[in-house]
Design a protein around this ligand. Structure first.
Ligand code: ATP
Length: 326
């Protein structure tokens, strides 16, 4: 059975005069995913999202939402998608419930359904107790959550959220992340942008790292991590005096799967050695076994997980390097 992607773009291009904002972007987002578009300022995230939200026409390429071509049937696409832009105008002289009621009416949600729907949405975004407050009295975090509720009034399958956590304090960011996870649990597919990879890493099923209008890497964070690091980085803690650590490092160096070996730090009679290693879990287990058999006092043996920010810098940095080399 073939799955219809909720978001698909093929060779998407957008040119503003002489500025190439999107330079051939291919995306594929399956049902129920939380998919991140990550890239520095000016990478082309907003432009890509605006095309999917039917607000901009692409210069070339194709975009589909739940299989519907965005250019050919924008009205149907708008029914199936809720878009939260990076800058949202809110209507200050409205109460919270009136604000949602107004947009629900715009989407022709029947009057008898609106009160329950508004209560449910306020519950989801944690604003039930602000129902009768004026929008202008809400904090920035609360406004962002109200805007998120606005994107949900017509019960769309897809949410397109452009930097929903921007300008929020750390606590409000966590709250926003929890809400997105809850929405995903309710079956929504979410396309979300950020210029901070770690912010998305924890909740996203997949990400596309975008820079200069191009997708540099896409897939799960794990896959991206793997593609960047041909070999794993092992952290091995060895007990004993410096000579014992030297001997362990020398022994590691003779293993054909081991690349660079580094002494990192030592404390309390334990020295940490970092070693690049070309092999999976089974090969790592054999290495540990052989190391202990050879008489090295191994007290710690783990594969390092890389920092997401480091991955992001590596990917975008590589692109700059490639461009300079070209
Ligand atoms: P940010 O995180 O800063 O919002 P972004 O990744 O969303 O960045 P876009 O806003 O899509 O990036 O911009 C991509 C490029 O297109 C940038 O170089 C930007 O200056 C340019 N651009 C965007 N909108 C327009 C426009 N209306 N006219 C001309 N150039 C534009």
């Amino acid at each position: 059975m073939t799955v219809t992607p909720v978001v698909e773009t093929r060779g998407l291009v957008k040119r503003y005069d002489d500025q190439l904002a999107v330079a051939g972007v291919d995306l594929w987002v399956g049902p129920g995913e939380i998919y991140g578009l990550v890239g520095p300022n000016g990478a082309g995230k907003t432009t890509t999202m605006k095309i999917l939200a039917t607000l901009l026409a692409p210069t070339a390429g194709e975009a589909f939402v739940t299989g519907i071509p965005v250019g050919a049937d924008p009205i149907e696409v708008r029914r199936r998608m809720g878009y939260m832009p990076d800058f949202y105008g809110v209507y200050d002289d409205l109460r919270v419930w009136e604000y949602l009621d107004f947009f629900a009416r715009c989407y022709e949600v029947p009057a008898r359904k609106r009160p329950t729907m508004i209560s449910e949405l306020l519950e989801i975004v944690g604003l039930s107790d602000r129902r009768d407050a004026y929008v202008e009295t809400l904090s920035r975090g609360m406004r962002q959550r109200l805007c998120l509720a606005h994107t949900l009034v017509h019960d769309p399958a897809l949410l397109i959220l452009d930097e929903p956590a921007s300008g929020l304090d750390p606590r409000a960011r966590v709250e926003m992340r929890e809400i997105l996870k809850a929405l995903s649990g309710m079956g929504k597919t979410i396309l979300v942008s950020s210029h901070i990879l770690p912010e998305l890493g924890e909740m996203c099923t997949g990400v596309a790292i975008i820079d200069h209008g191009r997708v540099l890497r896409s897939g799960s964070i794990r896959d991206i991590e793997r593609s960047l690091r041909a070999s794993a980085l092992l952290r091995i803690d060895v007990l004993g005096d410096p000579k014992a650590a030297d001997a362990a490092a020398a022994w590691l160096g003779t293993n054909p799967r081991v690349g660079d070996v580094l002494h990192v730090a030592g404390s309390d009679g334990v020295t940490r050695i970092e070693a690049a290693f070309d092999g999976g879990a089974a090969e790592q287990a054999s290495l540990l076994h052989a190391m202990v058999e050879a008489g090295h006092a191994v007290v710690g043996f783990t594969q390092a997980t890389s920092d997401l920010e480091e991955i992001f810098l590596k990917v975008t940095g590589q692109a700059d390097g490639e461009e300079q080399a070209a």
